[in-house]
Design a protein around this ligand. Structure first.
Ligand SMILES: [Fe+2]
Length: 207
């Protein structure tokens, strides 16, 4: 069975920008439910859990066609939430290298990158995530995907996920998604994003 990640901060870490109730319900009510459902579907298929969840995308053809969509949806629900929770941090740090140089080269600066992320996330129709991902050429891509779709579906490795499903913010911001984004984008965990960026570059080269 896949095991849940533990948050490296408490549910109240982002108060007053994000309430304890929102974060607790997001983790326990949404993320853990996706994990339970994914484990259940895979266990019903006698899956041996011999590889990590991201590899399910590559191996999806091994499962009956009738349950593939469900597996992909639940896998996205698990991995996208794990990345979202790891994409934010209550302790702000300088953007480390090599991510800083890459973001500056690509978007003109960290501020401009955050503005672009904000615009994309604000524009996303319905439910989904705004991702920063590394494509097979090692380049950075900012993209929106609907529901629980993942950049892994398109050969990219996600290194940042920003959840814009209403459950991420509705208790605190009602339908004012832009306010949620304005208040939470400053908490991006660039330490972790940089770590994942370096790993993704290595992985893309070795595929
Ligand atoms: Fe969510």
């Amino acid at each position: 069975m896949y095991q849940p990640i533990q948050l490296p901060y408490s549910f109240s870490s982002f108060v007053p920008k994000l309430s304890e109730k929102t974060l607790k319900n997001h983790y326990e009510g949404h993320y853990l439910r996706y994990l339970k459902q994914l484990n259940q579907i895979l266990a019903n298929q006698n899956f041996s859990f011999s590889y990590q969840a991201p590899s399910l995308y590559r191996n999806i053809d091994a499962f009956p066609i009738i349950i593939r969509d469900d597996i992909l949806f639940q896998t996205g629900g698990v991995l996208n939430h794990e990345l979202y929770f790891q994409s934010i941090s209550p302790s702000k740090v300088e953007v480390p290298e090599p991510l800083k140089s890459k973001l500056t080269e690509k978007y003109g600066g960290i501020g401009q990158f955050e503005d672009r992320l904000f615009s994309l996330a604000a524009e996303l129709p319905g439910s989904g995530y705004t991702f920063l991902a590394v494509n097979p050429s090692g380049d950075l891509v900012l993209l929106n995907l609907a529901n629980q779709d993942s950049p892994y579906m398109f050969g990219m490795i996600p290194i940042l996920a920003f959840d814009v499903w209403e459950h991420s913010y509705y208790l605190d911001y009602l339908n004012h998604r832009a306010e949620y984004l304005e208040n939470m984008i400053p908490f991006l965990n660039y330490q972790n994003i940089n770590q994942l960026y370096k790993q993704a570059l290595t992985e893309q080269k070795s595929i």
